[in-house]
Design a protein around this ligand. Structure first.
Ligand SMILES: Cc1cc2nc3c(=O)[nH]c(=O)nc-3n(C[C@H](O)[C@H](O)[C@H](O)COP(=O)(O)O)c2cc1C
Length: 183
């Protein structure tokens, strides 16, 4: 019997949308035979050594991924390079059709330039905009960013710009590649 591949999905966000994307990936990964563990940075950071593959998802806040993501990568670079690995970014710039691929999204490109680790698979997904949920400073910060970028600024806006079919496709491809590489 072929044993299930152990897959670590590390997520780092603020208001739960990156986690929601990872939760949506979980059954897709499991359907391909993976045993999935979800962990949140910075509080939880399991050792990649215990897994066959690692996927990292991080959201953008005021132009940056959380520094905890880069710290995790720097600390575990060798282990990440040693196994199948993936990265995806969650941001609102990705709501724009010409900025919704790894090649065209500026945050993903900046990440790849600054990261010592180059993941085997890279993706980007549109995030959620929900002004009512944010703390006051965050609300004004993201509203200003939306105003600058011609996005929604009405304070009752609550919209997910996430292409859930693309999330599924990304997870499916990742799981298939894990099977291929780890066997
Ligand atoms: C305070 C704040 C700042 C943000 N800054 C940016 C930004 O600079 N660029 C961008 O594309 N999206 C930005 N976003 C959008 C988030 O990336 C998006 O809402 C994402 O879904 C957040 O995921 P999370 O809930 O996992 O943190 C910002 C959101 C907040 C709340």
């Amino acid at each position: 019997m072929v044993s299930a591949k152990k897959l670590l999905v590390v997520h780092c966000g603020v208001y739960g949308h990156t986690r929601k994307i990872c939760e949506a990936m979980r059954p897709v990964l499991a359907a391909q035979g993976a045993e999935v563990t979800l962990a949140a940075l910075p509080d939880q950071a399991p050792e990649p050594d215990d897994f066959d593959a690692v996927l990292i998802g991080a959201s953008i806040r005021n132009g940056k991924h959380n520094p905890a993501v880069l710290e995790f990568i720097e600390k575990h670079r060798a282990q990440l390079e040693d196994r199948m690995s993936g990265f995806f970014s969650v941001n609102l710039v990705a709501r724009k059709p010409h900025k919704n691929t790894a090649e065209t999204n500026p945050y993903v490109q900046a990440f790849l330039k600054s990261s010592p680790w180059q993941p085997d698979q890279v993706g980007v997904f549109g995030g959620r905009l929900n002004y009512r949920r944010y703390r006051r400073f965050d609300r004004w910060a993201i509203r200003f960013i939306m105003w600058m970028n011609k996005g929604p600024t009405e304070l009752d806006t609550d919209v997910e710009f996430t292409d859930w079919a693309a999330v599924e496709r990304f997870a499916e491809e990742f799981a298939r590649r894990v099977q291929g590489k780890a066997e």
